[in-house]
Design a protein around this ligand. Structure first.
Ligand SMILES: O=C[C@H](O)[C@H](O)COP(=O)(O)O
Ligand SMILES: C=C(OP(=O)(O)O)C(=O)O
Length: 398
């Protein structure tokens, strides 16, 4: 029935007709007034079968998740290192980085569990490029289908190198397409307080870290751990892309990530001890992952290396630090995209070859040489911690 005959049969129908079903704008419509289009995506099951994980890669994912659980529980005395670019914008550069990192991961495997940051979804303070899944063209063209395929292929290629992967999850649908390939997840500073993200984390299969808020509030991350630890029922999609009620068991493997806030950094030993006291009071494991970047370094990659050095000293002296997050890429610093991506429509075009190869297009990152030094410092710190009686007491106190 077309809209005109529907309206003739039942005049009130005009009130709920959507702009999409009526080529002439309907002055009575109350829905989707700001929506330009709905572009249907392939189902998660279709994308996963197009790019299958397979048993060998699945073993890398599972063993890395298990090792992270051990570190968070204090039964594995290595240090978790989540390191990699602020965001992936060029899969070739990300793979070059992954190859180099996989070799460092093997070198330091006795002391460090190195997992690569492969961040495809970027939360923005206002507007800006939203990451490779949303906008693989980096130009506001939002070819999400290509983004999903590109991202998933990259995850498989990195797993082939034998190294586990860390992602931030920014909304509740995209994980269905990639989370089977991910060993550690983050909920970011802008979303830790969001019930939707806490519910999502309650159903994720890997350990998940919650950042403190951009204002520095750590309590929201502790609250998020409690919420994500509980079973939840919420709106989501199933493997076949159908809207579904998702019922979860709750995620027992969550932790806080301290990243500093508007009031300044929060990576000092005093901060970590105060947060651990709050975690203990809440009945939660008293150890944290510390982000050396973001507000802990004022997004200054040179400062980030200094912060990392201070954190290595804290690790050596037995503070309850389970892991460290570092932002590093092949080339130090950051660069602007030639196009200002504000969302909604293609903003122009450019060749990715115009960009500096291996340099971040979001936050500034440490260069590779610097990352090598920092990884060496953390490996040394773990060795020192092992030699100290005090460290054993701190690590296994709960
Ligand atoms: O880690 C990345 C950024 O800090 C975060 O996505 C916010 O970026 P923006 O303030 O440049 O939008
Ligand atoms: C966006 C990030 O961090 P935060 O949520 O701490 O700003 C990030 O780690 O990429």
């Amino acid at each position: 029935m077309n809209t005109a005959s529907k309206n003739a049969a039942h005049p009130a129908a005009a009130l709920w007709a959507t702009p999409q079903s009526d080529p002439v704008p309907n002055p009575h419509s109350t829905t989707d007034l700001q929506v330009k289009s709905f572009d249907v995506l392939p189902t998660p099951a279709a994308i996963r079968s197009e790019f299958p994980l397979g048993p060998v890669r699945a073993a890398v994912v599972s063993s890395t998740r298990e090792a992270i659980r051990g570190i968070l529980a204090g039964t594995d005395d290595r240090l978790l290192i989540v390191i990699g670019p602020c965001s992936v914008h060029d899969v070739d550069a990300a793979l070059d980085y992954a190859r180099a990192l996989a070799s460092e991961a093997r070198l330091h495997a006795e002391e460090l569990l190195i997992v690569m940051r492969v961040y495809f979804e970027k939360p923005r303070t206002t507007v800006g490029w939203k990451g490779l899944i949303n906008d693989p063209g980096l130009d506001g063209s939002y070819d999400v289908q290509r983004g999903l395929r590109t991202a998933r292929q990259l995850l498989l290629d990195i797993l082939d190198l034998g190294i586990g992967v860390a992602c931030e999850f920014l909304e509740p649908i995209s994980p269905q397409y990639i989370a089977d390939a991910v060993s550690w997840g983050a909920i970011g500073a802008r979303t830790t307080e969001s019930p939707v993200h806490r519910q999502l984390a309650s159903g994720l299969s890997m350990p998940v870290g919650f950042k403190n808020g951009t204002d520095g509030d750590v309590q929201i991350a502790i609250d998020a751990m409690i919420a994500a630890g509980a079973g939840q029922a919420f709106f989501g999609v199933d493997d076949n892309g159908r809207a579904a009620v998702v019922s979860t068991r709750g995620n027992p493997d969550t932790h806080v990530i301290t990243r500093g806030g508007r009031g300044g950094p929060n990576y000092s030993a005093d901060h970590t001890r105060a947060i651990c006291a709050r975690l203990t009071k809440a009945g939660l494991p008293a150890r944290v992952v510390v982000d050396a970047s973001h507000a802990n370094s004022g997004k200054d990659h040179i400062r980030q290396a200094v912060v990392a050095g201070e954190l290595a000293a804290q690790v050596a002296s037995g503070e309850a630090i389970a892991g460290i997050m570092l932002e590093s890429f092949l080339v130090a610093g950051r660069q602007n995209l030639p196009i200002d991506v504000v969302g909604g429509a293609p903003q122009g075009s450019f060749d990715v070859a115009e960009l500096v190869y291996g340099q971040s297009v979001t936050d500034a990152c440490m260069g590779w040489e610097c990352a090598l030094e920092v990884l060496g410092e953390f490996a040394q710190a773990v060795t020192s911690r092992r030699r100290s009686d005090k460290s054993a007491r701190v690590l296994f106190q709960n």
